[in-house]
Write a protein that binds this ligand. Structure first.
Ligand SMILES: [Zn+2]
Length: 493
């Protein structure tokens, strides 16, 4: 009789920080590519041949490796896990010299149960094996000229002359063509999926694709992550211990979720007005994990992209989970303390900034906005939070995150708030800036008085606090401050 499997997982630690530690897009691109290649199933299978197999019960994500081998009676598990870890760490280290990795393992009947009951606990308690980049053999060596982090080990040819680089930056010193040459890298995969001309080489060229009024020098960084997937998989694990059908559903659902992420990314990219106009890839993905995504794109395309992504992802996940959710909810009904499960969704953090801003800071800020959105909505609905570094500075935004359903209705439909925003966008940008100032200085009534004087009261009225005589219009839930912020990069209808 089967005694289950030993599961051994590997992941890159603080992966976004690592990928974005060099200043130029080419460096991030190359590192994303190396990560995706090194963690691809075929590459890993070759490394662990004879000791383990790539775990078919886990979903697909760049930078994550999951392995398993059958538990045999009297087996010396720990030694085998250790050998596996040594092999995989060495392989990853060669591909990504400056990254940090960790590994956890556990044994049980199914990955679903081991993940929910053993692996997550081990992570929480720090029972994890780490693999750090080697420290410098010569502490006084010159620092790398590209990342200024690690010691330089050799001279590499760069577009503007030869430089002393560290091992990691040498790996990153490849052209776009090389970095997206196959469809294992997130960008190469997206490019192949959408069948367009490749994205620009540099961030400045990417920003320059924006419309004339955008100034053509601003980019948006969008971080997306799934909501409540942990709760969903935990429920699946708990009920799955009693239900064979649910247990086997996990592997299918994990891969359906990574497929939903990739499909939503393709749809959101293809439907951008700029993509349609240029027939060129205008979105550069840096990370595409199971349910998380980090991309850069021209600022004036960000809302289109983000709302389409969240809507499409939600739709695909609803489809993929409908049957299982139905079954789970039937099993949970009547059990005290178990609320009805909703289909998981995703939320987004969006940061707008001048093209010169380093991606490492933008990725961090977008991640913070994403956390705010998730926190305010308790992970129960798709939502967005954003920050405009040029207009608002680096502090956390004063406005609350907004639910996707306020800005988009199903099937790309316009909500009342979206209609009101399209109208607000038509107010000249300098007037909107004045209203923002008035709002900060004196509050919504001061802003309303100024708007009235210059003839824009109708455009801001939907966002003013409701008067006791009227029902609250839906747009007021956003508030004037958030509306003026959204309008800055809201697409002109
Ligand atoms: Zn370096």
């Amino acid at each position: 009789m089967s005694q289950g499997y030993v599961y051994v997982d590997f992941g890159a630690v603080r992966i976004q920080q690592y990928l974005t530690r060099t200043p130029e897009l080419r460096g991030h691109r190359a590192a994303s590519n190396s990560l995706a290649r090194a963690t691809a199933d075929a590459a890993i299978q070759e490394v662990v041949e004879g000791l383990a197999e790539v775990n078919p019960e886990a979903g697909k994500a760049d930078g994550v490796v999951s392995l398993r081998f059958p538990v045999e009676a009297g087996d010396e598990r720990e030694g085998r896990v250790r050998r596996l870890q040594d092999l995989v760490f060495a392989h990853l280290r060669k591909a990504l010299p400056g990254a940090e990795f960790h590994s956890i393992w556990g044994a049980g009947e199914s990955y679903l149960a081991v993940h929910a009951h053993i692996l997550q606990l081990k992570v929480r308690h720090g029972q994890v094996r780490h693999d750090l980049p080697p420290t410098a053999e010569f502490p006084l060596a010159a620092p790398c000229r590209m990342c200024h982090t690690d010691p330089a080990v050799g001279v590499e040819p760069l577009p503007d002359g030869s430089q002393m680089l560290c091992l990691d930056c040498s790996m990153r010193n490849v052209t776009r063509r090389q970095a997206v040459a196959d469809d294992r890298s997130p960008e190469g995969r997206l490019l192949r999926g959408v069948g367009l001309a490749p994205a620009p080489d540099e961030f400045t060229d990417l920003a320059a694709l924006g419309s004339m009024p955008s100034g053509r020098n601003h980019l948006a960084t969008v971080a997306v992550d799934g909501n409540a997937f942990g709760v969903f998989f935990k429920a699946l694990a708990d009920e799955g211990s009693r239900d064979e059908e649910l247990r086997t559903a996990k592997a299918e659902i994990s891969s359906a979720l990574s497929d939903a992420t990739r499909a939503a990314l393709e749809t959101a990219t293809l439907e951008l007005p700029l993509t349609v106009e240029r027939e060129q890839l205008c979105v550069v993905p840096h990370v595409v994990g199971g349910d998380d995504v980090l991309v850069s794109l021209p600022a004036d395309q960000a809302w289109w992209f983000t709302l389409t992504f969240l809507e499409e992802f939600g739709r695909l996940v609803r489809e993929a989970t409908a049957e299982v959710l139905d079954k789970l909810n039937k099993l949970r009904a009547g059990q005290p303390g178990l609320p009805e499960l909703e289909p998981p969704t995703a939320s987004a953090g969006v940061v707008f900034a001048h093209v010169r801003h380093p991606l490492s800071l933008l990725a961090e800020s977008a991640g913070q906005r994403l956390s705010e959105a998730k926190r305010v909505f308790g992970g129960r609905q798709a939502s967005v939070q954003w920050l405009d570094l040029t207009a608002d500075g680096p502090e956390a935004p004063a406005h609350l995150p907004v639910a996707l359903s306020v800005l988009r209705s199903e099937g790309r439909g316009q909500t009342p708030a979206a209609v009101a925003l399209s109208r607000l966008v038509k107010v000249p940008a300098n007037h909107r800036a004045r209203l923002t100032e008035a709002l900060r200085g004196g509050g919504p009534l001061t802003a309303a008085a100024i708007a009235d004087r210059v003839g824009h009261l109708d455009a801001i009225r939907p966002f003013l606090p409701p008067s006791p005589r009227h029902d609250q219009p839906p747009a007021a839930r956003i508030g004037l401050g958030a509306a003026l912020g959204l309008a800055r990069w809201w697409p002109c209808a």
